[in-house]
Every structure is written in structure tokens, then in C-alpha cells.
Design a protein around this ligand. Structure first.
Ligand code: BES
Ligand code: ZN
Length: 427
């Protein structure tokens, strides 16, 4: 920013309220609901789940990078390690794919998978196993004893693998966490419905299944960073716009967070063509769902100088749900206090008449956390139910698809955040 007393023509001539509204219009007239919706479609229906470290996450990186290059940005790919992960795949004899979650600590299978017939292992108590279990994959219900104990009992009885099915209806397969225990055989978690269907198979045809557990060692994820700096003579501030593009397994991650990704891409497109006085960086971060790994890495790579020049962080995570109760846009800050980002957005919302209520709220759990921890004003924009702060019921399930994404709500977020960012960087 210019030192006090330096004459800044663009900002000094018009009455502030009036010019701010004119600047808003330059942005919101061009933010396109259709473009954002199409990008959500591509991310969720064409690519699908974008789990950290997988080829789908890499494919998404390329998509975002190419798009930002086409807008004329300088683009940097920032790669970082995410450690080891396990991936599962389960198929029946008949060729049907069954959604399976593999917990950390499971043994891996050969590349070709483990093919065996199923054994009904009840709840997985020692007395649930007979000599019939030898060489089979034990199908065990959740309940009674810890998952690791079920697996160890099955192993002791000679089973070569374990599938644990849920005992309550949940849309996604359960993750049968083994805690810190490592077990000798491969383990997968499946839904109640899948478990019951497989159990019926055992009784009727004694069907085979093929369980494949592959370990991805030394996996990496990456951030895509598009930067635009002002021409000579501009300020030295930096505004960071972030959205994570990875998803949890089995979820297309339409609301969480193709919505934020598509909105950030659209804001980047619109803001590319206007003169700016402060630097803007769009950081599309990976590996959020495994613990904010991408955003932590991004912030860790900022120099002390860049941190002190940072004006704020606008983070969009889950901005497009069509869930009818989510009528409010929450502005989550770590301390629940307003900051320059939330105050700028609140003022913008008033000027442009954002239809949704804007609620300041104390909450972390997204990519604004590392910015806050580095002393940078940060807000996570997220749709929730006013009063309860509930998220949509599809959150982190296979039902998080484009079916429950609203083009109008994407537009609302794009207008609000786009116009707010512009207020802070405009010339
Ligand atoms: N978008 C979600 C949920 C979210 C965001 C909840 C902001 C609350 C506020 C996010 O991707 C998520 O699932 N976060 C994890 C925590 C993270 C550290 C792995 C969560 O809330 O379980
Ligand atoms: Zn998210």
C-alpha cells in the first residue's frame, strides 16, 4: 500500500461508497454461474473423487493449471509429500464393484488382488469361527468388539482377509479404524447394504470376491498457484484466495469442494483483466481432507516478508450446496472475531445485496487455519444452516454430487468473494 500522504488518484476522486459500488459491478456483471456449474460438472462427473495422492488428484491439478494458464496467469505447481496411503478395491465374482474403505494398518495384497470365498464371521468373536474359515475372507459385522480384535480373531482362525460391514445405514463404506494396531491380513470396510448383499451370496452361492489393497508409498500432492502482481508503482500487499480441490474417498466432492474450486477459478478469470494495485494469488490446494496438508505447505513456503505483506486470505470451502436449510453464508474465523476479510465481505454483501444472511462464526477445519496461525487475517466462506451451523447431510458421503449443487448459490459466492477481493486489490 502507498505510504500515508501519497496521492492516489483513482481512490481519491470518487466518493468511496459510490466508487466501491461501481467496482463491484465490474466484477459481478461478469461472474458466470454457468461457467462455475460446468467446472463443478467436470470436476465431479468427468473426474470424480479426487483423493490426495491418487491419479485423479493429479488429473485435477493439470486441469486447473491449464485453465489458469489460459487466463494468462503465471502458474506454479508446488509439490509436497503426503506419506504413505492405502487404496482398496473390491469386486464380486459377477464383476460388481463394491465400495470399500481400507484403514491404515491393513496388510496389502498382491497387485492382482486376493481372491477367496467369503465366510460369515458374525461379530468376529473367537467362537464365531470354525475350521471353515481357513483360507477365506471373513465377513464380519460392526459391533461388540473393536475392529482390530475382530481382525485378529479372524486371522487366528485362518482367514486370509476381513471385510467389516456397518450395522447402521450410512451412505458411504465405513472406515474400520485399527487405531495404532497393524494387522497381518488385508482389511476393508463396506456399507451395511453391501455386507448384507454379500452375506446373501455366501448362503446362496458361496461366492468369491477379489479384494485388492495397494499401498501408495511416498505419495505426493500438489498446490497450483496463480499469481498476478501489480505494475510498477503499485502497493506491496498480497491477497490470497484459496480452495481445496481434493475430496474424501467415494465422494465426488461436489459441494466439498468442487464448489469452492470452480468459484475461485471464475474469480481468477474475471479479475485477470482489471488493473490492480496489490498482488493477488490464487492457491488451489491439495490434500486438505487428510489434514490441511496443502495449505500448511503453501503457508510454510511464504517468506517472512511475504507474510508481513499479506493483507488476507479468502478461503472458499463448500459454497455451493443446494441443501434448502443452508440459507446462510458463514464466515468462519479461528477466533470468532471479525478481520479485514470478513469486514470487507460484510460491506460488499450490503452494497451488492447478497441474498443470504452472512454470519460470523468461530470455526477452523479448513484451509484458513494455517493463514491464521501465521498471523494473516483469514476467513473460510461456507454455507450452513443458520442457528444450528449444520452442514448438508451429503457431507463426506457418495451423495455429495452435482445433484445437490446450486448454480445460483455458486454465483452468490462468486459475486461476494470476487467483489470483496477486488476491493482489496483494485487500482
Ligand atoms: N469442507 C470440510 C468441512 C469443514 C470446513 C467443516 C470448514 C468446518 C469448517 C473440510 O474439507 C473438512 O472435512 N475438514 C475436516 C478437518 C480437516 C482438518 C481434515 C473436518 O472437518 O473433519
Ligand atoms: Zn472441504
Amino acid at each position: 500500500m502507498a505510504p500515508a500522504g501519497v496521492f492516489e488518484p483513482a481512490k481519491a476522486v470518487a466518493a468511496p461508497g459510490q466508487s466501491a459500488a461501481a467496482f463491484d459491478q465490474k466484477v459481478i456483471n461478469r461472474i458466470s454461474a454457468d461457467r462455475m456449474y460446468e467446472d463443478v460438472y467436470h470436476l465431479t462427473e468427468t473426474i470424480g473423487p479426487r483423493v490426495a495422492g491418487t491419479p485423479a488428484e493429479k488429473e485435477t491439478t493439470d486441469f486447473i493449471k491449464e485453465r489458469l494458464l489460459s487466463y494468462g496467469y503465471d502458474v506454479e505447481i508446488q509439490e509436497f509429500a503426503i506419506g504413505d496411503t492405502v487404496l482398496g478395491h473390491l469386486q464380486t465374482d459377477a464383476g460388481n464393484e463394491v465400495l470399500v474403505n481400507v484403514p491404515a494398518g491393513s496388510a496389502a495384497t498382491a497387485d492382482t488382488g486376493l481372491t477367496a470365498s467369503l465366510y460369515d464371521g458374525g461379530l468376529g468373536y473367537p467362537e464365531d469361527f470354525s475350521t471353515e474359515a481357513v483360507g477365506k475372507i471373513a465377513l464380519i459385522s460392526r459391533g461388540g468388539i473393536p475392529f482390530a480384535e475382530k481382525v485378529n480373531n479372524a486371522y487366528a482362525a485362518g482367514a486370509v482377509g476381513v471385510l467389516i460391514y456397518n450395522n447402521i445405514e450410512q451412505p458411504g463404506p465405513i472406515n474400520p479404524s485399527l487405531g495404532s494396531a497393524a494387522v497381518q491380513i488385508p482389511v476393508g470396510g463396506i456399507t451395511k447394504a453391501s455386507g448384507e448383499a454379500l452375506l446373501a451370496d455366501v448362503e446362496a452361492v458361496g461366492g468369491n470376491v477379489t479384494l485388492t489393497v495397494s499401498a501408495i508409498e511416498n505419495a505426493t500432492s500438489q498446490n497450483i498457484i496463480a499469481t498476478r502482481t501489480p505494475k510498477k508503482g503499485g502497493g506491496d500487499g498480497i491477497v490470497h484466495v484459496t480452495a481445496h480441490y481434493d475430496s474424501v474417498p467415494f465422494a465426488a466432492g461436489a459441494s466439498d469442494n468442487a464448489s469452492g474450486t470452480a468459484t475461485a477459478l471464475e474469480i481468477a478469470r474475471v479479475l485477470k483483466s482489471y488493473p490492480i494495485d496489490e498482488e493477488v494469488r490464487f492457491a488451489f490446494v491439495g490434500a486438505e481432507e487428510i489434514g490441511l496438508v496443502g495449505s500448511r505447505y503453501y503457508v510454510s513456503q511464504l517468506s517472512q516478508d511475504e507474510i508481513s505483506r499479506s493483507i488476507g486470505n479468502f478461503n472458499m470451502d463448500m459454497v455451493g450446496t443446494s441443501w434448502e436449510n443452508a440459507t446462510a453464508i458463514y464466515m468462519n474465523t479461528l477466533d470468532g472475531q471479525p478481520n479485514i476479510v470478513s469486514e470487507t465481505a460484510a460491506a460488499t454483501g450490503k452494497r451488492i445485496g447478497t441474498p443470504s444472511e452472512l454470519i460470523l462464526y468461530q470455526r477452523g477445519a479448513s484451509d484458513h487455519v494455517p493463514f491464521y496461525e501465521a498471523g494473516i487475517a483469514a476467513v473460510n466462506f461456507i454455507r450452513r444452516e443458520p442457528g444450528t451451523a449444520n452442514l448438508e447431510p451429503y457431507y463426506h458421503t457418495p451423495l455429495d454430487t452435482i445433484e445437490f449443487v446450486s448454480a445460483e448459490r455458486l454465483k452468490e459466492a462468486g459475486d461476494l468473494v470476487g467483489a470483496s477481493v477486488y476491493q482489496l486489490i483494485k487500482k
